[in-house]
Design a protein around this ligand. Structure first.
Ligand code: G3P
Length: 222
């Protein structure tokens, strides 16, 4: 399973890249606003800065909601760097835009997916990734992980090459369950990736190893 980090914060992206397990970045207009990035030129240079940190796969979202606007914005975003994946919302004109980008060889990520039907449409339109939001489904008492499993099964039935990118991943169990059911990618905040490191028995075991080593060496030098 690929790991993407869901942030526009350069420091966090650098930290995840430095760990050596990062496969990409997803952003959205809310995450860009959180970093105080506004204005076309600043947005473009921020995306370029992200692309310069990571090896591939930087999802950059269009703001337009009409076909022509999405195509214009998407082409501008794709021109920033080969690593850019144009993120398009699951709306009627978005589906048309996915098909356009697919024909033009521009990679896409279809976002705001909340049903299997939406995921089928996105795959048929040629999306490279679909982003079902599992945490937001859980928030409304609907099992987000079950949606991921449903989409993985449907794509397997028909050999769709669209990758299932689990988004709105809020905690380590989401990440582990996504891996169990075969999500292609999970995107999450840095703290979720780092959370995978933790186990109290690891800390206890390491403390014991170091204490035993110290004791043995004190005996040798005594
Ligand atoms: O990738 C989508 C993500 O940013 C949404 O996460 O936690 O705001 O539902 P959240």
């Amino acid at each position: 399973m690929k790991f993407f980090i869901d942030t526009a914060n350069l420091e966090e992206i650098r930290e995840a890249q430095d760990l050596g397990v990062l496969d990409g970045v997803t952003t959205n207009p809310s995450l860009m606003a959180k970093e105080g990035i506004s204005g076309e030129e600043n947005v473009r240079s921020h995306y370029k800065a992200i692309c310069d940190i990571v090896d591939n796969n930087v999802s950059a979202e269009v703001i337009a909601t009409d076909f022509e606007g999405m195509v214009r914005e998407g082409e501008e975003l794709a021109a920033i760097d080969d690593k850019i994946v144009v993120k398009v919302p699951m709306i009627r004109d978005g589906v048309k835009a996915l098909k356009h980008f697919s024909n033009a060889g521009i990679r896409t990520n279809c976002t705001l997916i909340f049903s299997a039907g939406q995921a089928i449409l996105a795959a048929k339109a040629g999306a490279n990734y679909v982003s079902p939001f599992i945490g937001r489904l859980d928030d409304v008492s609907t099992n987000g992980i079950e949606l991921i499993a449903q989409i993985v099964g449907i794509y397997d039935n028909y050999g769709f090459t669209t990758e299932v990118l689990a988004a709105s991943v809020r905690h380590t169990m989401h990440l582990i369950e996504c891996a169990e059911i075969g999500a292609d990618v999970a995107t999450c905040p840095l703290k979720v990736i780092m959370g995978l490191l933790n186990h109290p028995l690891t800390d206890k075991g390491l403390a014991q190893f170091l204490a035993d080593h110290k004791k043995a060496n004190e005996q040798v030098t005594a």
